[in-house]
Design a protein around this ligand. Structure first.
Ligand SMILES: [Zn+2]
Length: 404
């Protein structure tokens, strides 16, 4: 077969030729016909080539907008097509005519308003869209915490969806509606979502410490009679969150799982009794350091000056710390015999000499009234007594300025 076509094969069939003729005629009629006008409230906004083209432009605009909005869109104005354009006006292109039409009309739809306390806050394309926006807003305030049970989610204000005619330009989409209802960019939101939540949790109950006076203990001494231990309870709490912020909290129920056990601490009695006793605390914070009360030699007495006070007593009488402190030294020290020195801070020290026995060691922390040894007569001593000194910066001072 030859690839060169014969002239006969190039002839068009008769029916096809007729169709082309009809099309050419139609185009000629259109171009050559009188222009039509698109009128808005009776005023011409554009001249187009034909009445049918005018109708097409209008219906195309409404169809496109209806699809975009999701609801039937119509003009607020009276839009018509006139078979005759105003004299001397030039026709415009289809797209220019559509733009002129859109610019001179207001598109409307049968949408809905979200009214808050009677005031429209958001316009939506349909009532259904408005309901969805409100649900979306509520959901946005629900907590992510899965241990919380949502009992209720409601609006603090009177919020209703009101079907109404809405300008297409005023319509918000879902996200836009949420932002507007949340008061984006405003000091307060027009709508407040109240979410009521419930949570049940187990929590520790701390134990209490109860102090009891015990006269067998010396002043300042404590003794734990019973160790405390925490308990636990299951508690159900109801909370109200307003736009995501907790505004109320209430304990609904509490169930003790384990009872807490109080700690009981015994305390030495804080009583001021007669001077020269273990319970008489001077302004200097010291107590008399032994049971005996008679002074056999005062500070400064005797040739060369006595460096402390001698408190007469029996061999083996208890000797205790006049004040809490740290034992600096404990042991035999020449003429002092068995001796304990306690530092009380602030360069204040006390010395206890001629002891029969010592019951503390250097470095020990001692409490006020704690026994440190027994009275004796070791070192340069004639008969049992306690030689007691108070030292400031290493210099002996009158102990009776400190103990009474
Ligand atoms: Zn002495």
């Amino acid at each position: 077969m030859s690839i060169i076509k014969s002239p006969k094969q190039l002839l068009l069939p008769f029916s096809a030729a007729l169709l082309i003729t009809a099309l050419i005629m139609a185009v000629c009629l259109g171009l050559g016909g009188e222009p039509a006008a698109i009128l808005v409230d009776g005023v011409q906004v554009a001249a187009v080539t034909s009445e049918s083209q005018g109708e097409a432009i209008i219906s195309e605009l409404l169809t496109k907008q209806s699809a975009a909005v999701g609801n039937e869109v119509y003009f607020q104005e009276d839009v018509t097509v006139s078979a005759e354009a105003a004299a001397g006006t030039k026709t415009v292109s289809r797209s220019d005519a559509a733009e002129l039409l859109a610019a001179n009309t207001t598109l409307m739809t049968h949408g809905a308003a979200i009214d808050v306390n009677g005031q429209p806050v958001v316009y939506m394309s349909t009532a259904k869209a408005a309901e969805n926006a409100l649900e979306y807003l509520k959901k946005s305030y629900l907590p992510a915490d899965s241990t919380m049970t949502v009992l209720d989610a409601k609006f603090a204000e009177k919020v209703i969806v009101e079907p109404t005619e809405v300008k297409v330009a005023d319509i918000s989409d879902l996200n836009g509606a949420k932002l507007r209802l949340k008061g984006e960019g405003q000091t307060d939101a027009p709508v407040h979502v109240l979410v009521v939540l419930e949570k049940t949790k187990t929590e520790e109950v701390p134990f209490k410490t109860v102090y009891q006076t015990d006269t067998k203990l010396r002043y300042g001494q404590t003794e734990t009679k019973q160790e405390g231990s925490p308990g636990s309870r299951e508690v159900t709490i109801q909370m109200v969150q307003t736009n995501g912020v907790e505004t109320a909290r209430q304990e609904i129920s509490s169930n003790t799982l384990v009872e807490a056990v109080d700690a009981i601490v015994l305390q030495g009695a804080v009583v001021q009794t007669a001077a020269r006793s273990a319970t008489y605390v001077t302004d200097a914070g010291m107590i008399w350091p032994t049971t005996a009360t008679r002074i056999s030699s005062y500070y400064g007495e005797r040739s060369g000056g006595h460096t402390g006070v001698d408190i007469d007593g029996d061999m083996g009488d208890s000797v205790w710390a006049a004040k809490a402190g740290t034992v600096v030294s404990a042991g035999y020290n020449g003429s002092y015999g068995n001796e304990v020195i306690i530092s009380h801070g602030n360069n204040l020290k006390t010395r206890y000499a001629h002891l029969k026995s010592i019951s503390v060691s250097a470095g020990d922390e001692v409490e006020i009234g704690q026994e440190i040894g027994k009275e004796g007569s070791t070192g340069n001593s004639t008969g049992s007594h306690l030689h007691f000194e108070v030292l400031i910066d290493g210099e002996q001072v009158n102990p009776l300025s400190y103990i009474k």
